[in-house]
Design a protein around this ligand. Sequence first.
Ligand SMILES: [Fe+2]
Length: 323
Amino acid sequence: MSQLANNNQYFAISPLIIRPNSCAEFGVYLRHENYYVLFNAGGRTFTQDKRQELVNNNVLQVYIANRDRDLYRHYLLENISGVLDDESIPVAERAQAWTNSATVLGKELFEDNLPGPAFEKRYLRFEKLIESTATFLQSPKSLKHLSSLINKGYETYHHGISTMVYAVTLMQEFEYDEYKTLTCGMGALIHDIGKTALPAEIINQDPDKLEPDEQDILALHPMVGARTCATFNLPTIATNCILFHHERADGKGYPTKAVSSDLPMHTKIVALANTYDNLTRNQPYRKALKPFQALKAIMEDDGATDKILLKKFIELLSRAKIT
Ligand SMILES: [Fe+2]
């Protein structure tokens, strides 16, 4: 079965993303000149032999019909651990697959205005993804690829996903154990969950330009978030990351005005990841800063963050060549 090429109807992926002996619901096509030719039909097992055939013929891209995009995303979610762990897949491809999966889960997670009964189930699905993210982040260049993919989008879940990546990377830099790293990552992911209860005109405005009463409302979101998550079994580390993500080392943050020495390192890590991601992301009210501009702004904001932590973060980004 073949179809005349129309670039808008198909999208390309690496053939290595399709796991050997897995069963995908979507068809996999090859492109021959101006035609897309069905290589593996939806619902049929993608055998090891089929995969080998592509490798032997040096096929670098296969195609999926746009109408099957949702099926592809679902497939990725089911198979993402295997994809991330497969070092034969170029790191850029794995980063793209990760971003697709995280975006689908993130969107779902923040779907309700206030986390409802389905939230805990969706949240636990994310836990699995963060586990494989932590491993993937140890691959050379993974952070560089991820950082260029995750800095797009205005939604709370875009920012949550990105903050989680930086927080997990920093936790690894400090050599925290797997449990602490994972739970801190979970807290980072949903640190702004309390914002979903606030009016859009407040959360989409430049915080510095809000009226005092609006600033008071905005300042409630860490507590609203932590209280909301108290309805399910969120580990204390994650709850603390939500509650303290706007605290500052000099005690001028909110909601508790705790100083650096009173705050656990994982909450300071989430606070820094949050600030950095906010600065390097396009906002409805401001254009994104380049990484080096964002770091300069953080350094100039004396007392905002723990100096040792900031130094580690700068080293980490420069090692990853994120400038
Ligand atoms: Fe926040």
